[in-house]
Design a protein around this ligand. Sequence first.
Ligand code: CP
Ligand code: NVA
Length: 299
Amino acid sequence: MTRHFISLLDLSSDEFRGLIHRAIELKNNRDSNYQPLKGQVLAMIFEKSSTRTRISFEAGMSHFGGSAIFLSPRDTQLGRGEPLQDSAKVISSMVDGIMLRTNGHDMVTTFAQYSSVPVINGLTDQEHPCQLLADMQTYFELRGDIQGKTVAWIGDGNNMCHSYIHAATVLDFTLHIASPAGYMPDTAIVAAAGERVKFFDTPLAAAEQADLVVTDVWASMGQEEEQKQREIAFKDYQVNAEVMAMANKDALFMHCLPAHRGEEVSADVIDGVQSVVFPEAENRLHAQKALLEFLLTKK
Ligand code: CP
Ligand code: NVA
């Protein structure tokens, strides 16, 4: 059966840890002669903008001897209403893997249903699992296994928050969440995580004794017109020095980027000593190379 990567819940905890360790190994031993995906092609369909996701997948395929094709729905028949299932069958008959970044999560699940090759979720409105591979790689590299640790999620209960909830389930850590009323994560995703997720009324309370503090933009892609109203709702949800002071002394700060200094995070935190946002971003490359190897060499 074709393996897809739509959600972190598609991985067992051994597989998730295996990918992290492999990503660290690939990062530390770059070998240009190792080309496990020689001649393979990854199609990448982007309904939304991207810097990191596009570049890391494209560079990763190239390092492994393969190539990637960037497709925007505007320039394909998808944008003119060709049914998803027809597109999935046709595209998968010509390439070895398909990565999609879409608005609706069901577009990625439908694609996977009709694709004969692995489908990778490169972000939907619901989840961003590739980012969590990189975030967890970064934590493991700097602090060791995250099992039993405490992570604080401050801000929007969005796609990143959902993937943090899934990571807490698969890797067995506790997730403290502080989100304003009306911006809580999806109740079904929270319910499935059971006791690993705990809610707090303020960022200060959520960050107490955390080993890792994470946030994300107040308005995600597609929510640009809500920016003003969200600035009001989230004004007390900034990760700043006061919030970081509640966390453990060796706590790390992460953000998937792009970030807005002065909104969800203060400049002194994101540019400070506890911030690991740039290794985190670089690790998108290494973590996704491990993912591509895992999905595309097992045919
Ligand atoms: N973090 C992330 O997915 O970045 P891009 O939107 O630039 O791909
Ligand atoms: N929550 C953000 C993540 C960007 C990588 C968004 O969906 O825009």
